[in-house]
Design a protein around this ligand. Sequence first.
Ligand code: FAD
Length: 412
Amino acid sequence: MQTYDLIIIGAGAAGLLGAGTAAEKGLKVLLIEKMEKPARKIRISGKGRCNITNTKQHDDFLSHVYPDSRFLNPALRNFSNFKTIEFFNSLGLKTVTERGERVFPESGKAWDVAECLIKWAKKTGTEIICNAKVKSLNIENDKICSVNVDFGNCEKIIEAKYFLIATGGISYPLTGSTGDGYTFAKQAGHTVTDLRPSLVPLKIKNHNTQLNKLQLKNVSLSLYVDGNYIDDEFGEIEFNKTGITGALTLRLSRKAVGAVIAKKHAELRLDLKPALNCEQLKNRIAREMQTVKTNHALLCKLLPQQMLAVFAEKANIKLQNRITDTDVEKIINSLKNITFDVSGFNGFDEAIVTAGGVSLKEIDSKTMKSKIMKNLYFAGEIIDLDAGTGGYNLQIAFSTARLAAQSIVNRN
Ligand SMILES: Cc1cc2nc3c(=O)[nH]c(=O)nc-3n(C[C@H](O)[C@H](O)[C@H](O)COP(=O)(O)OP(=O)(O)OC[C@H]3O[C@@H](n4cnc5c(N)ncnc54)[C@H](O)[C@@H]3O)c2cc1C
């Protein structure tokens, strides 16, 4: 039987960073990955560009983290978003900061981020094995002594002093994140809070499929739950076959999903002209009416063609009719406020992250050590932490993994 100082389950963002950190300090580290190559999720992140992190200040960063950002505080202080940038730059991966303070590799290739991390982890002496699936933990006297690993053609028991579970969540399961880590955590006596898809497209009641694939830029979308304002976002949305997606919608989705699960009435209100108030819109329409006479001609000046029929129905006007004062009022009201009832949300296979996970109450936030099992640590998306879009989720993985690995090094 082989023995290691540290076994890390899952070679994603957290697993790779944790492995390199511990191996660099001389620990004998084995990183076990069930897919054919590590870091599949990083490779598809940020639409293939990988939004590695961002340059938000500490408190601003934490304000985007759920359900309890205080838990991340020590890990982020220890390995901040700025340290992440320095870290990648020191490995030769140049980065650029874009709109919204989001940081990407200069090459624009997520693949480069994955390869850079793997190369570094290997250079530190980490042993990485792929196509190897951890099936279960072997526990004796409140300690994990080994893991059972399925290599496809054979099974092995591998021992270590410490174990770090970095198996990610259950979103985009084709990347390998199928939730195995939750089973291991439960086996070790941990509580796993309710799992929900987050940063996920929302389904709309009586959705009109004519809108499918329509993209709207510079719009504002607000979420109301049981009639109460919850949040709003400005940017881009896209309609799909069942509802709405796009960066804006994804950012509102966590709270919308929560409302749907709680069986509350979630409603999205779309402002198609957020830069103009009603008075300014009225003036704009008055100018357009010098050359156009029908509702159809007027709306062609204001909206994409694909939206006209749905808009007319929502505004309760007839497209072919000549414009009346009442129609102008209805048009203005609808331009500023089209409502969509949220009827549900898409599944984990389309969710950027998993909300919920190993309970924060059972992990020491200063070390990432399990409060239940003596030699067990957690890092990354498996923990009950998630955040909005903008490089936060990868940073959570990096910060928690760095802290976990350093804590193990200090104990060894
Ligand atoms: C489409 C998409 C785009 C995204 N874009 C961004 C972005 O631009 N910026 C950002 O900050 N976040 C982004 N995210 C979220 C971010 O990628 C994840 O939060 C982050 O990768 C989680 O890292 P992790 O290491 O915890 O888990 P993962 O990256 O999921 O890695 C877990 C690894 O564990 C392995 N594993 C699981 N079970 C076992 C087992 N039994 N045995 C062995 N190995 C196992 C898996 O195969 C996987 O490789 C995106 C997510 C998706 C799905």
